[in-house]
Each structure stands twice: as C-alpha cells, then as structure tokens.
Design a binder for this molecule. Sequence first.
Ligand code: TYD
Length: 353
Amino acid sequence: MILVTGGAGFIGTNLVRAAVARGEEVLVVDRLGYAAQEANLEDGGARVRLVALDLAAPGDALDRLLAEARPRAVVHCAAETHVDRSIAGPEAFVASNLVGTFRLLEAVRAYWTGLPEEEGRAFRLLHVSTDEVYGSRAPEDPPNREGDPYEPTSPYAATKAGSDHLARAWQRTYGLPVLVTNCTNNYGPYQYPEKFLPLVIHQALRGRPLPVYGDGRQVRDWLYVDDHVRALLRVLEAGTVGATYHVSAGLGPTNLEVLERLCAILDRLRPRPEGPTRALVRHVTDRPAHDRRYALDSTRLRRELGWRPEESLESGLEKTVRWYLAHEDWWRRAAGEDFRRWLAARYEPEVAR
Ligand code: TYD
C-alpha cells in the first residue's frame, strides 16, 4: 500500500484515483482544509482509507499510523498551494509546507529506520513540488534544469523551496530514500476554483467576469494533471533515489492565449445566448511580485524514465471543461462560503459577486 499526503486535494485526488485504478491500496492522510473534498475519494471503495490529520500538528498520530499501515511508499502532495493566499496570509504556508514536511520527514525516518532490511531498501518517499521554486524566467532564458539555483519570490514558492531542501537534506544526512519532482502549472478535474483555469470556467458558467491579472502576458507551462500523475507513478517505480525530476510539457502560452482557447471551447460546448464568452474578460489589479514566466526542462524524466505528456493543451483544456460541465455539483460545493469570502477579499466587487 502507498500513503498519499494531501490525497483529498487536487493533485492528490487525481493521483489516488489513478493508483487505485492500477490496483493499489492507498492510505490518504489529509487535513481536509478548504481545498479538499472527502467525496473525491468515495468511489475508491475499500481500496482507499482516509485519515484526517494535520501533518504540522505535534504528536505521534502519524507514527502510529505508519506503524499500523506499513506503507511501501509515501507520496507527499500535502501543501498550501495558492500564491495569492500566501501573500494574504503566509503563516499557514510556513505551517503546512515547512513544519508539515519536517514532521512528515521525521515520522517517515523513524518508520523507515525500523523496517526489516529488504523492506527498507524498497521503501520510497516522493516529495512533490513546483516550478515556482526557481522564480521568474526572462523570455530569452532557457527552461530551468534540475540543480539550477532556487530564487523563489512568493511566500508560497519560498516555503515549497524550503520543503525541497528539507527533503533532500533528509536523503543526504540520514539516507532516507527520497526522490523529488518539480512540476509546472497543473489543470484538470477536482481543482479548487481559486486557481486561474477553474476560476475562469466557474465564472464563465455563471456569466460573471473572467479576471486577468495585469496585462495577461505572463507565461506558464501548463500540464494536464493526469500527465503529472503518470510521471509521479513512474518516478516512484523507477526513479533514482536522491534524484530530482522535472515534469513539464514544454509549453509557453500566455495567460491571454490560454483564456482565448478556453473561451472558444466554452462557446462550443456551452454557448452563451448573450454572446461570446471572451466578452466577460476583465483586466484586474495584478498580484504583487507576479512572476512573468516559468519553464522547466523535463529531458531527464523523458530520457531516463521514458515519460512524455499524452495531452496537448487543446485536448487537456477540452477534457477539463467537459469535466466541470458534467460535475456542477462538485464545483458548486467547492465554491461555498470559504470561496466566496476569498473572492470578496481578493477581487473587485464586480468579479466577486
Ligand atoms: P494560478 O492558477 O494562481 O497559478 P500560479 O500563480 O501558481 O502560476 O495563476 C496562473 C496564472 O494566471 C498566473 O500568471 C496568475 C494568473 N491569474 C490571473 O490572471 N487571474 C486570476 O484570477 C488568477 C487566480 C490567476
């Protein structure tokens, strides 16, 4: 069995569902914060067990759980992930991403140290991270490679950078069999609507403005979440202990270009009687220290482990829109009280209504 932290969040949910489909048993440890939904895992049946636990909280609950469940691997997806929330309130990010990772590493180290030799050799801890640790790339810069210096700008990115350093230090110092992945912006089913793409879909389906920060010319290297999940399972299976792998499709559209495609897909699948969806686009106040561009070079993962993305931006966006159209109950539940409070705090009243 594998243990997935943050398994009721966006990437975690997609990972757990894929692992179960492959016949794995999964133990999910999740704080069940605002972006998680227990219902995401309901149809996993007996193969999925969910334990509500905050990794950052002191105590021995995680030690007891590890001793009882005896996982062969841990995938660490649990994190606070929204840059704008990290600007509004950085403390939760220090708690989850730094303290939570520290406590997980310590609990896993104690568990792993006590394993019989063969099980200890086969054990893996996969730490899941982000391209944002490298900071912003200029248009002419080559994509970041593994080992490049970290230059995080937001509190979110800084805490993820710190958690990567902790994970690698536990590998070097204690020999814990850690692997690290850094991935680009994910999108797809089960993503909480505060993030750009599900926010745009959510707003469009309600006929509300689609908020674009600043000039909308920022560049992200979008990856469909299933492609990320396949990379994680591949690294877990065949990655080299101590190595870092970048996961990316190698795309570089601007936010406006992505928005344009998304609007065209929405117009095709759910036309608005009032006119084209793009008429809802509004330029709103930019995020402070907004990184212009992220880009990762994923040659190592492709060459060494034979991974490559299966979805194009077009096919991934269409799958995503279709999923949200078919799961209105899901996004309406996600867009509850907490979400409305967040919109009102971050956006102009016209957008937040
Ligand atoms: P986001 O989904 O928050 O991911 P990240 O900041 O981690 O890349 O944002 C993706 C891009 O979209 C980023 O350049 C910020 C921009 N953005 C908007 O233009 N409007 C919005 O309302 C949001 C949430 C993001």
